[in-house]
Structure formats: structure tokens, C-alpha cells
Design a protein around this ligand. Structure first.
Ligand code: ATP
Ligand code: MG
Length: 590
């Protein structure tokens, strides 16, 4: 028989192997009960399978298994970034505040930034992100078009004072991010860098066994022109995604465009506009109820201040303004205070309307052609009925200003929008020159002219990605690790750890599998088999071999993938080959 009877001595195998691979020697503190403070399955499973432990709000220790899995995610990220031509660096996590002041983000990010002081009372920032640091470096080190393009990345701890740290590794105060930054000579070259990163991200998430969908996103506070988020669909997601039901479009809620195709012409459209008393009812729902009409027949009129002065924004009663969209058209737009609104409309809050209003008027596209609608009358306790917006007011400007709703038409005009929730695992941005101008990262072009570099930035939440894998891949019994990121690919369970022949076979198989590049964990704990099987399902390693005295008498052991329903008996002399075959096909499936 293939198995040697003797128990191998410590010298027979490498120390590392002997001490690292036996469950009885490792800290894998599995839990039977679901921890009370964990709300979503992946967080519960990370705690129950002994991958992480909480130190404080948004602060976690990675235990040996969690850290192993995390390093596998990191390695995939590293390989794909390297393949895309990015260079790995490591920047300080602690920064002098001055570089943040240069870009204006010392104030802009004050709510998320952790700040500390050194012994000389100098203020420092614990980096929430690294645009400033890398741009400062590039401004010193690179100066010619001949040195561009470049892309630098790091895998590093970030600090953010999140309002609500929660869901384990999903939203932490301290977490591991891969952040990359590209610098190019032109906008076209920057598009190419962006495309490379986008493709690298598609590969990274696929290799992690994750279904992550790229969605159009807004660039928010980062500046820049275009961006995609990579979203893992999940009910536990904190982000809303609107998607076309034919798969032709997906965007996050902030960015999404939809086409309203509900009613625009209401009863009274052909009549003259007339005032109606609406005593003390100013809120849309209350007015609709009082007048017994649908909220869509009412027109919301909101007063904003902007860099170019005050304006009135109109939209159907059931819609909300997307201020990001509004600010693109009217820079600096902020909702006016109650007092200012009352001053500009001459009426209490709730009674503003476009008729006779001497302000810049702009309406959402859904109000184009609106007739028979009801607006505030710019007079206390009064609305106006039968309004034809273009006939009765100065309104001529229409733009996409509202958050679309489920059921709206998708941009292609035929599909409908549906809502999904998602976990953002990655984000790619085209940044333009916001940071390179502020920090003077310039280059001389081929004509000797100085120009700011065009920048892009690309983040992956490495620790969040790890948890997203579990959120997407588990069942009632535990985790189902994709082979690529499993802390170990194979678990060998010893039914009777003291049985010499069993443990010798386990060690031989483990050694052979290790030689082929696989990581093996041997469950040698002195526990009942049922207890070990439960833990095996909970840990969810992709392939399990069970070695027992009874089986060995028939020269058999049992093999079961985490996704198989039952064990298969295999001959001991076939064990290695069968195991390798299964592992190979699991790898190929990714
Ligand atoms: P979110 O909208 O979830 O707060 P963000 O848009 O602020 O994220 P980015 O600045 O784009 O995040 O950071 C890049 C990536 O880092 C994100 O895509 C996400 O995967 C991860 N990430 C961001 N904040 C956290 C956090 N508090 N804990 C864990 N991962 C995070
Ligand atoms: Mg983001």
C-alpha cells in the first residue's frame, strides 16, 4: 500500500508545515451560536468561522484563517495590477496636513478624517485615501512626457471616521484598500489607463469568484469626469442601483438616468388657471389628499441659491431633486433657507409656484408638456389649478434633474428600470487635473510646453471584497469558499486522530498536495466526528477528505467538495489523483 505505517517524525517535514497545518495548533475559534451583534450572513459567518474578531467599533483583528484568505485576495489584486503595468509602492499612512490643505480637502473631508498631533503639536492626517501623497511624489520625481504614462498602486490600511461602521469588514474605521493612481499626458491617454484598470478590475473580481457588476457612478467630491463602481448585488448592500430590466444599463442611484413616461396632461388642462384655497396644507401629500388628486398632478417648486443667484426648480410632486445633477447645470446650487424662500416667493413655505415668479426657472424633463397641473400660488393657503406650465409661466428650461424611479424607462427608451441593492467593492475614476494642478504635478510635452498631468484613481476595498465573497457564497451551514481565495483549499479530517495509519496518510497527502501548490489543513482535534463535520461545513473549504479507521481497512477514504451533497469513497492509491483532478476542475471553473 502507498501509505507508510510509521508516524513521520518532526524532522521528516518542514517545521513550518508541522506547526502550521494542524487545526489543534491553530487559532480557529469557531462558534456554534450566531453572534448577536452581527446582522448580515457574511458578518455572522466571519465571526462564527473564526476569521475575525472585533476590537472596537469598525476595528477588527484578522485571525489566522481570515488573514490567509485576505492575503489570497491581495495576491490576485497584485497579479492583475502588475499585469496591467502598474507599479507597487507603499506610502505612509500618516501625512502632514499641509498637502491636504493644498487641495482643499483638509476641510472638505474633515468629517471622515482622523487627525492626530505629534509631540511638536504638528497636525497630521491618518490617510483616508492617497491622491495628495502620490501626486506630491509624482510632482517631484517626474517631469517629462517621456516618463509617462505611469500608474502606482499600494495595498494599505486606510482610516475613515465613518458615521456608522457596521456589518463587520463591510464598513470599518480601519480597513485595507488597494489604491492606484495613473498619470497621463493627455485625456485620450488617460482614457486608455482607465480602460486598463477597468479590465483589471473585471479580472480581479472574476478570479475572486465574485460576481461584481460595473455600474455608472457619479464622481462626487473626487472631482473628475467619469467613474464606474463595481457592485456585488446583495440585499445587505448599502447602495441602490437602478438597472434596465433587459440588462442594457446599470447605474447607481445618484447617477442614474431614467425617462418618466407617466401622465403629463391632467383633468383641467384645457381650462384657465384658477386659484384654489388650500388652508394650512403646504406639504405635497397633504395638498394631494385635500384636493383628492394624485401627487403627480402637483408640481413641487423648490427655491435654490447658486453661484449665479437664486433659482426655482420644478418637478412632479412624487419626485426628488438630484442635487448632483442640478449642480452640474447651476454650480453651487444649495436649497435656500426657509426665510430666503419666503422672501423670494412672498409666501410661507409650501406655497411656492412658477406663475409670476421672477426667478430663473428650471424644470425636470418629466414636466415637459405638463398641463392641468397644480402649483403653489406664491400666496398663503393658496394653490393654482389647471396650470399649463409653458402657457402660464416663463418656464422654458427643462433638464434631467430628478432621481429616476423604478418603472421609469431606461435610457434606451424600451426597457424599464428596476432597483437592486449592492455592495461597492471597487471604484474607478477619471480625475482630470484637479490634484495635479493643486500640487503642481506638471510635465514638459514634446514641444517643451509645461502641462498638468491627467490623473485617474482606482480603489478596491480589499477587506470588504473578502467579506463580499462570503456574502455571495454561503449556505445555511457555512461559507462556500471559491477555491481562489479559500484560506486552505483542502481539509483533511481525521476521524481518529490517534490512529497512526490515518495520520500518516493525512500527512503524506498533505505533503504531496502542498508540493502541487495547494494549502491543506488537517483536522486532528480530539473531537467527535459530527462536531468536526459541522465545523468543516462552517469553514467551507472547497474540498474535504475524510480519513477513518474503518475506511482504511478497505483501503478507502472519502472525498467531498463543499458543494457536493454526499461523500464519495475513493481508493487510497487513487486519493491524490482524484483530489488533484477535483481541485483542477474547480480552478478552471473560475
Ligand atoms: P462607500 O460609498 O462605501 O463609503 P467610498 O465611495 O467612500 O465607499 P472609495 O473612496 O471609492 O469609497 O474607496 C474605494 C473602496 O474602498 C470602495 O469601493 C470600498 O470597496 C472600500 N471602502 C470604502 N470605505 C470603506 C470602509 N469604511 N470600510 C471598508 N471598505 C471601504
Ligand atoms: Mg466610491
Amino acid at each position: 500500500m502507498w501509505v507508510s505505517k510509521a508516524v513521520p517524525s518532526h524532522d521528516m517535514c518542514e517545521k513550518r508545515f508541522w506547526f502550521m497545518q494542524y487545526w489543534s495548533r491553530l487559532l480557529i475559534p469557531t462558534l456554534k451560536e450566531t453572534p448577536q451583534d452581527a446582522e448580515i450572513p457574511s458578518h455572522q459567518l466571519m465571526l462564527r468561522a473564526g476569521l475575525i474578531r472585533r476590537l472596537g467599533s469598525g476595528l477588527y483583528t484578522y485571525l489566522p484563517l481570515g488573514w490567509r484568505a485576505l492575503r489570497k485576495v491581495e495576491q490576485i489584486v497584485r497579479e492583475e495590477m502588475d499585469a496591467a503595468g502598474a507599479q507597487e509602492v507603499l506610502m505612509p499612512a500618516m501625512h502632514p496636513k499641509e498637502i491636504w490643505e493644498q487641495t482643499g480637502r483638509y476641510d472638505a473631508l474633515q468629517n471622515v478624517m482622523f487627525r492626530v498631533k505629534d509631540r511638536q503639536d504638528r497636525e497630521m492626517v491618518l490617510g483616508p485615501t492617497h491622491e495628495e501623497v502620490i501626486t506630491e511624489l509624482v510632482s517631484r520625481e517626474l517631469s517629462s512626457y517621456k516618463q509617462l504614462p505611469v500608474n502606482f498602486y499600494q495595498i494599505q490600511t486606510k482610516f475613515r471616521d465613518e458615521i456608522r461602521p457596521r456589518f463587520g469588514l463591510m464598513r470599518c474605521k480601519e480597513f485595507i484598500m488597494k489604491d492606484a493612481y495613473s498619470f497621463d499626458v493627455s485625456s485620450e491617454a488617460a482614457d486608455e489607463s482607465y480602460r486598463k484598470m477597468y479590465n483589471a478590475y473585471v479580472n480581479i473580481f472574476r478570479r475572486c469568484g465574485l460576481h461584481a457588476q460595473p455600474v455608472e457612478a457619479d464622481t462626487g467630491d473626487m472631482g473628475g469626469s467619469s467613474s464606474h463602481e463595481f457592485m456585488v448585488p446583495s440585499d445587505a448592500g448599502e447602495d441602490a442601483i437602478l438597472e434596465a430590466d433587459d440588462g442594457s444599463y446599470a447605474a447607481n442611484l445618484e447617477r442614474a438616468e431614467g425617462r418618466y413616461d407617466g401622465p403629463r396632461v391632467f383633468e383641467g388642462a384645457d381650462k384657465e388657471a384658477v386659484p384654489v384655497l388650500t388652508p394650512k396644507v403646504g406639504k405635497i401629500e397633504a395638498v394631494a389628499e385635500y384636493l383628492k388628486v394624485d401627487t403627480r398632478q402637483l408640481v413641487k417648486c423648490l427655491i435654490y441659491e447658486s453661484d449665479d443667484g437664486p433659482l426655482a426648480v420644478l418637478l412632479p410632486g412624487d419626485r426628488d431633486v438630484n442635487e448632483i445633477k442640478l449642480r452640474k447645470l447651476r454650480p453651487g446650487a444649495e436649497l435656500a433657507s426657509h426665510a430666503r424662500t419666503e422672501e423670494l416667493t412672498g409666501a410661507p413655505i409650501g406655497f411656492a409656484g412658477p406663475l409670476g415668479l421672477k426667478l430663473d426657472l428650471i424644470a425636470d424633463l418629466s414636466l415637459e408638456g405638463a398641463k392641468g397641473v397644480i402649483t403653489g400660488a406664491n400666496k398663503a393657503d393658496t394653490h393654482t389649478l389647471n396650470v399649463d406650465l409653458e402657457r402660464d409661466s416663463e418656464l422654458r428650461n427643462f433638464a434631467d434633474l430628478a432621481f429616476p424611479k423604478v418603472g421609469d424607462l431606461a435610457p434606451n427608451g424600451s426597457a424599464r428600470l428596476v432597483e437592486k441593492r449592492g455592495v461597492e467593492v471597487g471604484h474607478v475614476f477619471k480625475l482630470g487635473t484637479k490634484y495635479t494642478e493643486a500640487l503642481d504635478a506638471r510635465f514638459l510635452d514634446e514641444h517643451g510646453k509645461s502641462q498638468p498631468m491627467i490623473m485617474g484613481c482606482y480603489g478596491i476595498g480589499v477587506s470588504r471584497t473578502l467579506q463580499a465573497v462570503i456574502e455571495q457564497s454561503h449556505d445555511g451551514n457555512g461559507i462556500i469558499w471559491p477555491i481562489s481565495v479559500a484560506p486552505y483549499q483542502v481539509l483533511i479530517t481525521l476521524i481518529s486522530p490517534k490512529h497512526e495509519e490515518s495520520s500518516a496518510l493525512a500527512l503524506q497527502l498533505a505533503t504531496e498536495l502542498e508540493k502541487q501548490g495547494y494549502d491543506v489543513l488537517i483536522d486532528d482535534r480530539d473531537e467527535r466526528p459530527g462536531f468536526k463535520f459541522k465545523d468543516a461545513d462552517l469553514l467551507g473549504l472547497p474540498l474535504r477528505l475524510t480519513i477513518g479507521e474503518r475506511g482504511l481497512k478497505k483501503s478507502e477514504i472519502e472525498l467531498k467538495a463543499r458543494t457536493d451533497d454526499s461523500f464519495t469513497a475513493i481508493a487510497v492509491d487513487q486519493a491524490l489523483e482524484s483530489t488533484l483532478d477535483r481541485l483542477r476542475s474547480m480552478k478552471e471553473a473560475l
